[in-house]
Ligand binder design. Structure first.
Ligand code: ZN
Length: 115
């Protein structure tokens, strides 16, 4: 067993892949800075309030999302696992960004059509 095959190394690879995917995201255009509401019932909640401040918000729960499948080639190596984790984190980050932008866009259309 090489060092890259032990669970700690894989965990670090996973965390590194997540960081890379997060930093690789383009700067958000319409996504406001998130807030983290206080209270036990909101633990893990990332809230995106209406930029105009009307009181509307969109909540995300990134910690409770089930990760998608890892796509690995036959005879995969530790490097393939790292690549797959990077690709999955990037895809999930993109899905999340589109979901948030979609919610904000829909809110603007219905509540603030003049903006
Ligand atoms: Zn609003």
């Amino acid at each position: 067993m090489t060092r890259r095959d032990d669970p700690d190394a894989l965990l670090h690879a996973h965390l590194r892949a997540q960081r890379q995917a997060t930093s690789a995201l383009p700067p958000p255009s319409i996504i406001p800075a998130p807030v983290f509401p206080a209270g036990r019932q909101f633990r893990g909640t990332v809230r995106f309030p209406c930029p105009i401040g009307c009181g509307w918000f969109h909540d995300e729960h990134p910690g409770s999302e089930t990760p998608g499948p890892l796509l690995l080639p036959v005879g995969f190596t530790s490097e393939d696992i790292e690549d797959a984790l990077t690709a999955r984190a990037a895809a999930e980050g993109e899905t999340r960004r589109r979901r948030i932008e979609g919610a904000i866009t829909a809110h603007y259309r219905s509540a603030h059509p003049s903006h």
